[in-house]
Design a protein. Structure first.
Length: 161
């Protein structure tokens, strides 16, 4: 599906922000996320499936990725994701919640501990989801600029089917 002209600017590529965020958060190095520079679609290749469809044994994802139409999207470094959590903690108004979250990221398995701690913090958890989305949208915009891709990040409407 070509999504040009359906959004902010009529001649710019339109890329689903949630798809970009998912690709940037990906830490599974066995799968490959990539951006189709012509359609604006974020696609995924993993273990014989190319964008959800089976491919022949002789299919070579590296050949596809060498085509100028496609740009590989690597997940961000865990240190950058950790920084997003630290930045969020600084915005939390409850000192008690700040302490809980700071302790969570200071120990073993900081990402899992942070999510577990958030589960108990109600409104702070909801604030995290908004903060995280905004932070990753900025990371996505930076990624696009870094790869000389002029595009708008948009939210796709849910399918009616």
């Amino acid at each position: 599906m070509d999504v040009r002209g359906k959004g902010n600017s009529p001649n710019r590529l339109q890329i689903d922000v949630e798809d970009m965020i998912m690709a940037l958060q990906n830490q599974d190095r066995e799968g490959v996320f990539y951006l189709d520079r012509e359609s604006g679609e974020v696609k995924f290749y993993y273990d014989g499936l190319f964008d959800g469809e089976e491919v022949d044994e002789d299919f070579d994802i590296d050949e596809v990725m060498d085509m100028p139409q496609y740009q590989r999207i690597l997940g961000i470094f865990s240190s950058d994701a950790y920084q997003v959590m630290e930045d969020f903690i600084e915005t939390v108004s409850s000192e008690r919640h700040q302490q809980i979250l700071t302790k969570a990221i200071s120990g073993r398995k900081p990402f899992r501990s942070f999510k577990d701690a958030l589960f108990e913090l109600g409104d702070t958890r909801e604030q995290w989801f908004k903060f995280e989305e905004a932070a990753y949208e900025q990371i996505a915009k930076h990624w696009l600029k870094e790869h000389d891709i002029e595009a708008d990040l948009v939210k796709k409407p849910w399918s009616a089917s």
